[in-house]
Design a protein around this ligand. Structure first.
Ligand SMILES: C[S@@+](CC[C@H](N)C(=O)[O-])C[C@H]1O[C@@H](n2cnc3c(N)ncnc32)[C@H](O)[C@@H]1O
Length: 248
């Protein structure tokens, strides 16, 4: 059965192995860039997960709050050093509120695609904007959809080839709804884990329009956290949306 877009569903499949599956990703460049963008102000991460980025960011001395749909992911965060100190609201980040405002709101690691529809994505931009202080920034990290890698609407992609773990995913494309059904397969000595995730994929310019609807504007789009230029060949990006009109 394919997974749903329920905010709690993804974590119910992956929480206990999430950090292991993504162990090869270093948070350092993201943390450096986000700390710089926060400028000493408070941060809210939508979809904070196991705290992969939030915990090292909080360790730089910043206040980091979170919204998260999966209690299992939050339980993993709480188990880590410093994880009991972060304020985390359990709920759907399209509508949940913390009752506070922040210098920086983040939606990282392709999580914008976890929302079920364009409408929910538009709502999330509005909710992020409502949590920003005047002049604050909303940062979205995402991949560029590559529908060319699908043949007859299906694709198999290799993520990791290691001597302890191999991770591939099988994906099915539904272009009419701009949706992708994906199941990651993690092979280890213990066996195979199926890690399903649905995506309502979005184009960079579509996010820019969602930002405009929310009263934000695109300040920068980089290829990565080291702020390399976004080009025709970029497969992912970090977009910075600023509250208020350009030049203010
Ligand atoms: C790909 S993980 C990213 C976690 C973390 N931001 C990171 O960079 O490692 C996406 C996270 O968003 C959460 N999530 C997905 N949809 C959500 C929603 N509508 N509301 C709240 N959390 C959601 C998932 O449970 C998961 O923890």
């Amino acid at each position: 059965m394919a997974s749903s877009f329920d905010p709690a569903e993804y974590g119910s499949h992956i929480a206990d192995v999430y950090d292991e599956v993504y162990a090869d990703l270093s948070p350092e460049a993201a943390v450096r860039c986000l700390a710089d963008l926060a400028g000493g102000g408070d941060v809210l991460e939508l979809g904070i997960g196991t705290g992969r980025i939030a915990l090292p960011l909080a360790a730089t001395g910043l206040v980091v709050d979170g919204v998260e749909g999966s209690p299992e992911m939050v339980a993993e965060l709480r188990r880590k050093p410093g994880g009991d100190r972060l304020r985390v609201e359990i709920g759907d980040f399209a509508v949940a509120t913390t009752g506070r405002r922040y210098a920086l709101v983040t939606l990282l690691f392709n999580t914008v695609n976890a929302l079920p529809s364009q409408e929910a994505q538009v709502q999330t931009f509005a909710n992020a904007a409502a949590h920003l202080e005047p002049g604050g920034a909303f940062v979205v990290e995402n991949w560029v959809p590559d529908v060319g890698e699908f043949r007859r609407r299906r694709a198999v992609r290799v993520h990791e080839v290691g001597d302890r773990q191999v991770v591939i995913d099988v994906a099915e494309l539904h272009p009419a709804e701009q949706r992708m059904t994906t199941t990651k397969l993690a092979f280890t000595a213990v066996g195979v884990r199926l890690l399903p995730a649905n995506h309502r994929y979005v184009w960079p310019a579509e996010l820019d329009l969602m930002a405009r609807l929310a009263g934000l504007h695109l300040e920068a789009r980089w290829e990565d956290w080291d702020r390399r230029p976004f080009t025709d060949d970029s497969t992912g990006y970090v977009a910075v949306y600023r509250a208020g009109r350009p030049g203010r």
